[in-house]
Write a protein that binds this ligand. Structure first.
Ligand code: FE2
Length: 277
């Protein structure tokens, strides 16, 4: 396992150790699914993906207080993927934030909007067995809050729920699939792709949207999204953000002293161990 170790100082009496994993992209399928899904599994599946995830989970169970998975646990919706992922998410030690691939019926087949997501959600029920749109878990005096931003948007009810969590008065670690816009993260992403390509960050203004209008429509903040990003950045009680989605590792502050840890892909056996003091 390629384990990156980081620390976060928030004044805890007893240190807390977190294993952050993301983007496992498990691609299983069997005779319960149709030929299109079988073709996808044939294209993307590799036993390494399952082996790597099992290794990460074993390490986390042995050495950490909590395992946070920030989405794209599965590559597309299938019975075999639900079975595999459902078992993992039933583990009390695993806390989950959904990614865009959790709702992907066939990878890259369609414009992914709210209606598409809800169709997938209906297909998934009881699906992965974990709350997908908002969830919380208090461990060692820290409130872990996951919010679904997998389509680069937030919704008003998620803002209301987050405010309720802040009222609890505990330090919060926010678990998202898509990272929040931050200039150095944006610059790095552009530097390793090409100008005008998509950065897949949440809360991009017009100057930072991709030139590709198809992608820009998807990423341009709608509704409450930009306000929610500003709200998160303004809340000192939110001590850090854990995210994935962009498939590389990057750490930068969303506000002074409050980092966003973007972790590299689990399917290539990357993981981050975060010790919180
Ligand atoms: Fe991913």
């Amino acid at each position: 396992m390629k384990l990156e170790k980081c620390t976060l100082h928030i004044g805890l009496e007893k240190p807390l150790k977190i294993l952050h994993i993301t983007d496992s992209h498990i691609a299983l399928c069997d005779d319960r699914d149709n030929e299109r899904k079988k073709a996808l599994a044939k294209r993307f599946n590799s036993p390494d993906r399952e082996r790597n995830l099992e290794e990460q989970l074993a390490y986390g169970r042995e050495n950490c207080d909590l395992i946070v998975h920030t989405g794209d646990l599965i590559d597309f919706t299938s019975h075999a993927n639900f079975d595999f992922a459902g078992t993992i998410l039933a583990d009390e030690k695993v806390f989950f934030a959904a990614g865009n691939h959790e709702f992907s019926q066939y990878v890259g087949e369609a414009y992914e909007d709210y209606a598409y997501k809800m169709n997938s959600f209906r297909e998934m029920m009881p699906g992965l067995g974990a709350p997908l749109f908002f969830n919380t878990k208090i461990v060692g005096g820290v409130n872990f809050v996951s919010i679904d931003d997998s389509y680069h948007q937030f919704e008003p009810w998620q803002m209301a729920r987050l405010k309720k969590e802040i009222e609890k008065g505990l330090p919060i670690i926010l678990c998202l699939h898509a990272p929040l816009f931050e200039q150095s993260l944006y610059d790095y992403h552009i530097s390793i792709t090409h100008p005008g390509s998509s950065t897949y960050l949440v809360g991009c203004d017009e100057d930072h949207l991709p030139f590709d209008e198809w992608r820009a429509i998807e990423i341009r903040p709608r509704g409450i999204t930009a306000e929610m990003v500003d709200f998160i950045k303004s809340q000192p009680q939110i001590k850090a953000v854990l995210a994935g989605h962009v498939h590389f590792s990057f750490v930068s502050d969303i506000a002074p002293g409050r980092p966003q840890f973007v972790t590299d892909v689990g399917y290539q056996n990357h993981a981050r161990e975060l010790t919180i003091f």
